[in-house]
Design a protein around this ligand. Structure first.
Ligand SMILES: NC(=O)C1=CN([C@@H]2O[C@H](COP(=O)(O)OP(=O)(O)OC[C@H]3O[C@@H](n4cnc5c(N)ncnc54)[C@H](O)[C@@H]3O)[C@@H](O)[C@H]2O)[C@@H](O)CC1
Ligand SMILES: Nc1ncnc2c1ncn2[C@@H]1O[C@H](COP(=O)(O)OP(=O)(O)OP(=O)(O)O)[C@@H](O)[C@H]1O
Ligand SMILES: [Mg+2]
Length: 327
């Protein structure tokens, strides 16, 4: 199905270069950004082996939260990853396993050997999503610090979300300058990060500038600020995604986004900058995950209205992906 001009105008109310020297991009360019997402999607062929289209790890899941890592992990599979691993606490593991036979669940996160237990899987993972349903237990966060350090040492791309961002707000040096990191803060998480990193109250009149500055202060780590419009920056360029979503704000939508992003980050880095037309691959991946999540929300809301939950959105990942990127 062809998407009309109105669609593109809505989807990208703004797409701009970060610096005034560079001129703002036209709608045609904006439309091309959807094309860039299409460019990074690997073709489905009979020649590939299991695992080639993505082996994604989710670090999260504790006594309180089992839904969040499930939503992230199942979304990664529904987007097109072949294998989805969850690294969670001992007691969260049977619960998460019981939600889905499709997930590989490792009950290691609260073990004294947590870092080594996850590290031995790192060579087999294409990306790690750190934080959905992690909680804020000091011991767990210490282990996650070690896991992040091990991931950086092995050059594994990381998406950091939810309580992973709590850790980054406490210790921004952990991620400073790591070019394969994407942070996906919601409103509260963005405020905490800004206060920690910029030591400056947030400027609500300039949402683009606020995301740009945070990314720059973190050494060009890619930042996705979720909200009514999603603002994405790598400290050089700013992209905005205002794909029509819904007014339903049920918990778990951000987990769907971060799990999807784990796969898209892998695909974008594999495709490389020649496929993303000079844009950073991570920026294109983030735009893809934001528009997909919002489209899932839109489609689920059309069917379920006020009763829409994240499970309904997960069921829309396939059709939403096809509509946005494969039509
Ligand atoms: N089913 C589950 O297991 C779920 C678990 N979750 C987990 O819950 C933990 C805490 O996540 P939270 O997102 O609650 O983080 P926080 O504990 O930092 O809370 C964020 C707060 O900000 C508020 N807020 C959100 N958007 C706002 C806006 N635009 N303006 C003003 N206030 C706003 C929310 O109501 C919430 O109270 C994380 O581990 C997360 O992954 C969530 O992902 C939701 C689903
Ligand atoms: N006011 C809004 N209007 C439209 N879409 C929104 C709005 N706020 C958030 N979203 C969308 O909802 C999705 C999740 O963002 P949200 O801010 O709810 O994340 P979150 O709080 O981390 O979610 P979670 O409950 O999974 O932790 C994103 O795709 C974002 O674009
Ligand atoms: Mg969240």
């Amino acid at each position: 199905m062809q998407l009309g001009r109105e669609h593109w105008e809505r989807a990208f109310s703004v797409l701009e270069r970060a610096f005034s020297l560079n001129k703002a991009r036209s709608i045609k360019d904006m439309k091309n950004t959807f094309q860039l997402v299409r460019n990074i999607i690997p073709p489905l062929t009979t020649k590939k082996h299991k695992g080639q289209d993505g082996r994604i790890g989710i670090v999260g899941g504790c006594q309180e939260y089992t839904g969040a890592p499930y939503f992230a992990a199942i979304s990664a599979l529904k987007v097109g990853a072949d294998l989805s691993h969850v690294f969670c606490t001992q007691e969260a593991a049977p619960v998460i396993k019981s939600y889905s036979p499709e997930l590989i669940v490792h009950p290691v996160l609260d073990s004294p050997d947590a870092v080594q237990d996850v590290e031995k899987w790192l060579p087999r993972l294409h990306a790690l999503v750190v934080g959905p349903g992690l909680g804020r237990d000091d011991g767990l966060l210490r282990n996650v610090k070690g896991i992040l350090e091990a991931s950086k040492a092995r050059d594994v791309p990381v998406v950091i979300d939810a309580d992973g961002l709590w850790l980054i707000a406490e210790q921004p040096a952990l991620i400073q300058g790591y070019q394969k990191a994407v942070l996906t803060p919601n409103h509260a998480e963005f405020r905490r990060l800004s206060e920690a990193v910029l030591r400056d109250p947030m400027d609500s009149s300039d949402p683009h500038g606020a995301v740009l500055r945070l990314s720059q202060a973190l050494g060009n780590v890619t930042v996705v600020r979720k909200g009514e419009r999603d603002v994405i920056s790598d400290g050089r360029q700013v992209l905005e995604c205002s794909q029509e979503g819904s007014s339903r704000r049920c918990g778990g939508q951000g987990d769907l986004l971060s799990g999807s992003l784990g796969v898209l980050v892998h695909w974008a880095l594999l495709a490389g900058p020649e496929k993303t037309d000079g844009f950073s691959p991570l920026l294109v991946a983030a735009f893809g995950a934001c528009s997909l999540t919002r489209q899932c929300s839109h489609q689920a809301f059309q069917k379920h209205g006020r009763s829409t939950t994240t499970t309904d959105m997960v069921a829309e990942v396939g059709p939403a992906f096809a509509r946005l990127f494969e039509s």
